[in-house]
Design a protein around this ligand. Structure first.
Ligand code: PBG
Length: 306
């Protein structure tokens, strides 16, 4: 009766990895109970998530081929494009979000085009617009740019509007730190940078005021929702962004946060289920409306008492 924070299955967005093939459900070693799916098995997974009441999924694609620009990311027959159209026609009520980025698609593993040994912000914008349009054409509900290039929200909004996709929203990874907590994800998505790191475009973990600036810029450019990432080491950031953010706020409970809990649970060192619920509740208490989490299915089952 006096509890202040309520976790609901409607808060969850489930991240899913999709790759070419048939009947594929390859376990991700550093993320127990998470898989790389082919489109057919992905569909089964989405149906299950939908039956549990989970309202949204976010897709990450593993392409059949990588090149310097990441051109498979905007291909009409690309893996994410296929996944969007299959899932939207089979489970239309499921909100389909796509991660808009290049690190899974480039042979160098960086989140944009390279010039003179570093990521070229402005050259990447045009490619991002292309990727967003290809997802729009496939039927996506929201695109979520995660590359951290300046000006991408405005560029994507303009490109979508010009092609008549006014109704597709933008969930901006506005506040994304250059974090070691993404380690397991880079195994899962085969997206580790081949040289250097992402600190020229992602944020310094020591900065908080910059998070407010990034949020304000993305709101001014037309973001419909804002995301803070990672979640648990940045609860203070979630709570500060909440105060200036008049749109839905999402937080990404990332791969490393998931892997730590699973590893400790498998060793018998912590009660994994309780740590999961405490973590998700804390993220919500800090001010997030929505939580992207690999725990979505486990937590939904627990909330439903099944
Ligand atoms: C793509 C992207 C990353 C994650 C989401 N989108 C990796 C990165 O920036 O290196 C990480 C998600 C996770 O760790 O669960 N840029």
């Amino acid at each position: 009766m006096v509890r202040e924070t309520h976790l609901s299955v409607k808060d969850f967005i489930a991240p899913l990895f999709v790759k070419p093939g048939h009947g594929t459900r390859d376990p991700i070693p550093s993320m127990p109970e998470q898989y790389q799916f082919s489109v057919d098995t992905l569909l089964m997974e989405v149906r299950e998530l939908s039956n549990l009441g989970i309202p949204a999924v976010i897709f990450f694609g593993l392409p059949d081929h990588k090149d310097p620009l990441g051109s498979r990311s905007w291909a009409e027959d690309g893996i994410v494009q296929q996944a969007i159209s299959e899932v939207k026609s089979a489970v239309p009520d499921m909100v389909v979000i796509t991660d808009l980025c290049f690190c899974e698609y480039t042979d160098h593993g960086h989140c944009g085009a390279i010039k003179d040994g570093d990521v070229d912000n402005d050259a990447t914008l045009e490619l991002l617009a292309r990727q967003a349009l290809s997802h729009a054409k496939a039927g996506v509900d929201l695109v979520a740019p995660s590359d951290m290039m300046d000006g991408r929200v405005a560029t994507i909004r303009k490109a979508l509007d010009e092609e008549g996709y006014h109704r597709i929203g933008i969930l901006s990874y506005a506040v994304k730190y250059a974090s070691a907590f993404y380690g397991p994800f880079r195994d899962a998505a085969d997206s580790a940078p081949q040289f250097g790191d992402r600190s020229s475009y992602q944020m310094d973990p020591a900065n908080a005021l910059e998070a407010l600036r990034e949020t304000e810029l993305d709101l001014a450019e037309g973001a419909d929702m804002i995301m803070v990432k990672p979640a648990l080491p940045y609860l203070d950031i979630i709570s500060r962004v909440r105060e200036i953010c008049p749109v839905p706020l999402a937080a990404y409970n990332v791969s490393g946060e998931y892997a730590m809990v699973k590893a400790a649970e498998l060793n018998g060192w912590m009660d994994g289920k309780r740590v999961m619920m405490e973590s998700l509740t804390s993220i919500k208490r800090a001010g997030a409306d929505l939580i992207l989490t690999y725990f979505a299915k486990d937590a939904a089952r627990l909330l439903a008492g099944t």
